[in-house]
Design a protein around this ligand. Structure first.
Ligand code: ATP
Ligand code: MG
Length: 250
């Protein structure tokens, strides 16, 4: 059965999109059929991380939600390492296209959930990753409620950690009981073990990964995906190492 994994953060800028995009690529490189859906219609990013700066006239998630296309028409195939895997990206929207209709008229959120199921079937996916907007909105609620597993991404600072209780409660209410915690951007000079422990205490769960602030990751600036540009980087090795624990292959 295909697994749906959503990434969520209480606050913005924690590294969700970067982690989602790199995990998606590495999962596909290891032979799985993977799609990443950028549900962050307000501030899309995933397409930039894959170097797709010019989206128009491609179809996007927003076009699907306002009835202009089928969801699978919005799935862009992306290059991966040779093997049995496949990687697709469903970008959130192109430039301002679609956002006016969505803001003015809204859309049927049931379509989003149907779209996830349809993508799994049409693209014969093993894994569907859902990038989300920070905090709580319609798309985030639907993504988390649809997911078999939630990856919570947080920095170890006090502002991020104050949202821990709310995030845990949110996932609980939406019935997403399998959770993983990724502590990201541990500043240089801060002990990673301590940063991990602080986040673990706030979230009441073990951290699956504690990732340092990596200037190379901040600098990639969208030309190429970080995992493709720096396959030997220690952070990429950490991404690879956590993949088995994020998937239920029973
Ligand atoms: N471990 C890291 N070290 C250094 N920079 C990082 C790290 N992780 C992410 N970044 C950088 O931080 C910035 C924000 O990352 P990203 O867009 O992935 O976060 P986000 O949580 O998806 O943000 P948003 O809330 O805007 O959607 C990007 O410039 C990214 O390259
Ligand atoms: Mg993002």
């Amino acid at each position: 059965m295909a697994q749906i994994i959503a990434l969520h953060s209480h606050r913005g800028g924690t590294g969700r999109s970067s982690i989602a995009a790199n995990l998606a690529r590495l999962m596909a490189d290891s032979g799985r059929r993977v799609a990443l859906v950028d549900t962050d219609i307000q501030s899309p990013a995933a397409h930039v991380l894959f170097g797709l700066t010019e989206l128009a006239p491609r179809a996007t998630l927003a076009d699907y939600l306002i009835g202009r296309c089928e969801v699978e028409d919005a799935a862009v195939p992306l290059p991966i390492a040779p093997g049995d895997g496949a990687l697709f990206l469903v970008p959130a929207r192109a430039e301002a296209s679609g956002i006016h209709e969505i803001i003015a008229q809204g859309y049927d959120v049931g379509l989003l959930r149907e779209g996830f199921d349809r993508l799994i079937e049409a693209l014969r996916l093993d894994l569907l990753l859902l990038d989300t907007h920070a905090g709580i909105n319609n798309e985030t609620v639907t993504a988390v409620a649809s997911a078999h597993r939630l990856i919570v991404v947080t920095r170890s600072c006090r502002l991020d950690l104050t949202g821990a209780g709310e995030t845990v409660e949110f996932a609980h209410q939406l019935g997403c009981s399998r959770r993983a915690l990724v502590v990201n951007m541990v500043p240089p000079g801060m002990d990673g073990h301590q940063a991990g422990q602080r986040a673990e205490a706030a979230y009441g769960m073990k951290a699956t990964a504690v990732l340092p602030y990596a200037p190379e990751l901040a600098c990639v600036a969208g030309d190429r995906l970080f995992a493709a540009a720096h396959p030997e980087h220690p952070v990429v090795a950490q991404f690879r190492a956590v993949i088995p624990s994020l998937m239920d292959e029973d």
